[in-house]
Design a protein around this ligand. Structure first.
Ligand code: HAM
Length: 451
């Protein structure tokens, strides 16, 4: 009867189609978490060293926070935002990037009263309804940092320097070219955009559909279109440099001098405009040295008008953000291994109820001593348990059977050599520490834990 029931249940189950993640999003499995953890550690370390403090803004904000900052005419606001209404009909959006929320928080919490500049960093998930492909996801993780409250070319250089330093720590800096440009002040840009509109007047028919639209909404974006016909027209289009004020040119010159001083190589790229509207003066991106703009790992720039545009007092700012999935893809391609603490030191195998009781206590004491320990507390045979120890890659297995319990001993098995020794149960923790080495212990001292 019971068998019949089980069979029916399993027939029904087999008809249920298992769930999968929605398109464009993915699980982070333990092997990948090693990379995320490592990147987070590097980012925290470098930014803490430079005096930055961590901030987290909500996963969703009022839609206007992004529409007003990133700009209505950008791809992000136009078609990539996850926007929904809450039960009171308010329009909310999952954050597609980090800067807008940080600026909203800077204003909301009166950070203008703090000593300036305020230096903040974040490591957060972001959401864009992008067309999923390699390096382009609908949920992705960014780390980013912002310096708000001071205008100086040395800070722009500093941001690029720290971004490059993080890449160095991750072992990937040589894979990227830093593309650098200035898009001038707001006034420079308005003059330039008018010049672009004048230039394209009468040439609209040769433009791709996107660029026809961009010409009306945001002519700057015509410069980085990848359509062949559009690229030909760009070649003869007016150059931004001809519309830059003396101040903007001097500012750009200063940024370059500071970068030279810091020995950071860069490539000047007059067509680099970035996909968000809030920038002014310096813009930069870290391009894949082999594949160019496709799959840039990070980008940023100065955004001196944004705080005011979001309702705060005029406040200059500069920042950067990088995509963690893309960084990890490069690290894997380069076969860069990351150090991790997920390996275990000891596996504990036992046989019989008395042995299990003693093991429960022993496992706890070993962990307290800093020995990463996994215990087979199920009902498996000794053979199954040793097989598990192998799967866990444990260098040592402790074996406690009925005989050992009776004699007050325990077996330490060296899994690599296959050799075994019997030691006194009371001394096993010291014996294990001797073998794995004091310096390799994983001690948990909450007071000393630095986040
Ligand atoms: P962004 O260039 O839009 O800049 O994004 C920065 C990085 O996020 C990109 O270079 C890329 O690595 C990653 N990223 C963007 N979209 C995706 C996606 N769909 N899938 C995977 N990775 C992606 C910003 O977000 C600005 N907030 C940067 C900034 C900070 N500017 C000033 N401060």
């Amino acid at each position: 009867m019971a068998d019949e029931k089980n069979q029916k249940a399993s027939e029904t189950n087999s008809k249920i189609k298992p769930f999968q993640t929605p398109k464009g999003v993915h699980d982070i499995l333990p092997n990948d978490h090693e990379y995320y953890t490592f990147i987070k550690k590097v980012v925290r370390h470098r930014l803490r060293q430079a005096g930055f403090k961590r901030i987290s803004t909500p996963i969703f904000e009022y839609t206007d926070v992004f529409a007003r900052s990133i700009g209505d005419a950008t791809d992000i606001v136009d078609k990539e935002m996850y926007t929904f209404k809450d039960k009171k009909g308010r329009s909310l959006t999952l954050k597609p990037e980090g800067t807008a929320g940080v600026v909203r928080a800077y204003i909301e919490h009166g950070m203008k009263q703090l000593p300036q500049p305020v230096e903040l960093y974040y490591i957060e998930p972001h959401f864009r309804y992008d067309r999923p492909q390699k390096g382009r996801y609908r949920q992705f993780r960014q780390f980013g940092f912002e310096i708000i409250g001071e205008l100086d070319a040395a800070l722009d250089a500093q941001v690029i320097y720290i971004a490059n330093k993080i890449n160095e720590d991750l072992g990937i800096e040589r894979l990227f070219d830093i593309q650098l440009n200035t898009i001038g002040s707001l006034e420079d840009r308005q003059k330039y955009m008018q010049a672009l509109k004048d230039y394209y007047y009468g040439k609209e028919r040769s433009l791709c559909e996107h660029c026809k639209d961009r010409l009306q909404k945001n002519p700057l974006r015509l410069l980085d279109c990848k359509n062949e016909d559009c690229m030909i027209l760009v070649e003869l289009a007016p150059r931004m440099t001809d519309y830059l004020s003396k101040d903007s040119l001097e500012y750009y010159q200063d940024v370059k001098e500071y970068l030279d001083e810091l020995e950071i190589p860069y490539t000047e790229n007059a067509k680099l405009v970035r996909g968000l509207d809030y920038y002014s003066n310096t813009v930069f991106e870290f391009w894949d040295a082999k594949n160019g703009a496709q799959n840039a790992i990070g980008g940023g720039g100065r955004y001196d008008g944004l705080v005011e545009k979001m309702g705060g007092q005029p406040t200059p700012a500069v920042g950067y953000a990088a995509g963690m999935e893309r960084i990890i893809a490069h690290m894997k391609r380069e076969k860069i291994r990351v150090p991790n603490k997920d390996t275990i030191h000891v596996f504990v195998a036992q046989l019989g109820k008395e042995a299990k009781k003693k093991c429960l206590k022993l496992i706890d004491e070993m962990r307290e001593a800093g020995i990463r320990t996994v215990g087979a507390l199920g009902k498996g045979s000794m053979k199954t348990q040793l097989g598990l120890a192998d799967k866990f890659n444990a260098p040592y297995t402790l074996i406690l059977g009925i005989t050992e319990v009776r004699e007050g001993t325990i077996i330490i098995r060296n899994m690599e050599k296959g050799s075994q020794e019997v030691v006194k149960f009371d001394q096993v923790i010291d014996e294990v520490i001797n073998k794995i080495g004091e310096k390799n212990l994983d001690r948990y001292t909450p007071g000393e834990l630095l986040y």
